[in-house]
Design a protein around this ligand. Structure first.
Ligand SMILES: [Fe+2]
Ligand SMILES: [Fe+2]
Length: 475
């Protein structure tokens, strides 16, 4: 069951050849996917041989095989975690009943929406990152970018499989639409705003993979609890791939910070102008990028009060983060949760029914998790003997959804006037000149073992290969 069949046109561990209709539908979607990849996948890199990992089984041990492949030849396919025998629904109104192997009619529209929204983020991030290969700071980083890209492509496959198998003609139409929307395009944008932002430079890429791929982790964790068993099994396998994306982000930012600290000590200065002249990214600029990506990403969890969130939970479609490990009644009726409102120039907490606040619950779990890596970045700064610390901004800062939408709040959580915001915003979010400076630093470094000046080399290579391994062979 856990072995993946690579003899099929579409690698899979779901016995695809036994369902001819589904197989045919997916084989019709496949060339459309490949032409999307040719148009919107990594720019100018289709002929490179890239040292990629490919899933060969879904066992926790040894699912990955490494080798040089051209990205368009990557074996995208359909991999589900093995079924759990007699799995039961473990939260919501149907608690204790058998998990669904098919989509219940009354939940069809909501499940379809959930799967399409998740699916849409996967090709969106590939589109956002498609030009980054042209300015990679090293072969090692270039390879990591491409690994993330092919796996996001596979995540799209995972969602399209569910749409085709369980949603009939509607599902097939959604599968096509997923290839038609484009990140940042006026007429037909991606569904969620963070996936329409540009990822114009590598500092943005590392922040994105640290913060926004972590949103992916939390959404997938919530869906991995779903009563709709095929969705739970699909997302569990996606999570094993997601871990690498967050590693790329965390280690990437860490190496930028390390290089900056080394330059600060060499030059005995914390003056951003002097550090920029030396070709490294000053810590205040890194903090502003952090503020931007953190605030844009926490918006992805949705409005703080949401009747949809209550419906998704009570009907068993989407659980909480680590639902199975929690010890409450898993129904949450009569329980409350605190959310933040701005009232008369103050942030005040207000208790609301917890079921309606489940977006906020997931957001708070996310915030807790994302602070961990920031503290590890701070360890790098501390080790260098520099007194500065990076910090995630207050969760009311720079928000664009729910009760805090548009309220002007400083990173330390003070409600401020429009005037103060306008005067300070360039200290808090990347300014046009910050972005221009970072963009100006980007230049292609592709000689094995060489790294751009603004980033430190990693401690080790990929899959125990040396750091100067030939991760990408150029055509
Ligand atoms: Fe993904
Ligand atoms: Fe990801």
């Amino acid at each position: 069951m856990s072995t993946i069949s690579y003899s099929d046109k579409i690698p899979n561990n779901v016995n695809l050849s036994e369902d001819r209709t589904l197989q045919r539908a997916l084989e019709q979607w496949q060339p459309n996917y490949l032409s999307w990849w040719a148009d919107m996948g990594p720019d100018g890199s289709q002929d490179f041989d890239v040292y990629l990992r490919t899933a060969v089984s879904v066992d926790p041990q040894g699912w990955a095989q490494f080798g040089h492949v051209k990205m368009p030849d990557y074996r995208w396919g359909i991999f589900l975690n093995p079924a759990e025998k007699d799995r039961k629904i473990h939260f919501g109104d149907h608690l204790g009943q058998a998990a669904w192997q098919d989509v219940p009619g009354e939940h069809r529209a909501n499940l379809r929406r959930i799967i399409v929204t998740q699916g849409d983020t996967e090709p969106a991030s590939v589109e956002q990152q498609r030009h980054l290969g042209l300015t990679a700071p090293s072969q090692y980083d270039l390879r990591n970018l491409f690994q993330v890209n092919v796996e996001e492509g596979r995540h799209l496959w995972a969602m399209v499989y569910l749409l085709h198998k369980y949603f009939g003609r509607d599902g097939r139409e959604e599968g096509e639409a997923l290839l038609e929307r484009r990140s940042g395009e006026q007429d037909n944008p991606r569904i969620l705003q963070a996936f329409n932002e540009k990822t114009p430079d590598w500092l943005s890429f590392f922040m994105f993979t640290y913060f926004t791929d972590r949103d992916g982790k939390f959404q997938l964790c919530a869906l991995a609890e779903s009563s709709f068993d095929p969705l739970a099994r699909t997302t569990r396998f996606m999570l094993t791939e997601e871990a690498h994306h967050m590693f790329v982000g965390e280690s990437g930012v860490s190496r930028v910070v390390q290089r900056t600290c080394a330059a600060m000590n060499e030059l005995k200065t914390d003056d951003p102008a002097k550090l920029r002249a030396a070709g490294v990214i000053d810590l205040p600029t890194i903090q502003r990028y952090l503020n931007f990506h953190f605030s844009v990403t926490i918006d992805l969890f949705g409005a703080d009060e949401s009747s949809n969130a209550a419906t998704f939970y009570s009907s068993g479609l989407k659980g909480r983060f680590e639902e199975g490990k929690r010890t409450d009644d898993h129904q949450l009726k009569g329980r409350t949760y605190r959310i933040i409102n701005a009232v008369n120039g103050q942030l005040v907490e207000r208790e609301v029914p917890m079921l309606n606040a489940l977006n906020e619950v997931l957001r708070d779990d996310y915030i807790q998790d994302s602070i961990g890596g920031v503290e590890r970045w701070n360890k790098v700064i501390e080790k260098s003997g520099i007194p500065v610390r990076l910090k995630t901004p207050h969760k009311a800062f720079h928000r664009n959804i729910g009760a805090l939408k548009g309220v002007k709040v400083s990173p330390d959580g003070r409600v401020i006037s429009e005037g103060e915001w306008a005067a300070q915003v360039d200290q808090w979010l990347p300014s046009a000149s910050d972005r221009a400076f970072v963009r100006g630093l980007m230049g292609r470094v592709v000689e094995p073992g060489k790294f751009a000046n603004w980033i430190a080399p990693p401690v080790m290579g990929i899959n125990r290969q040396p750091v100067d391994f030939e991760y990408v062979r150029f055509a």
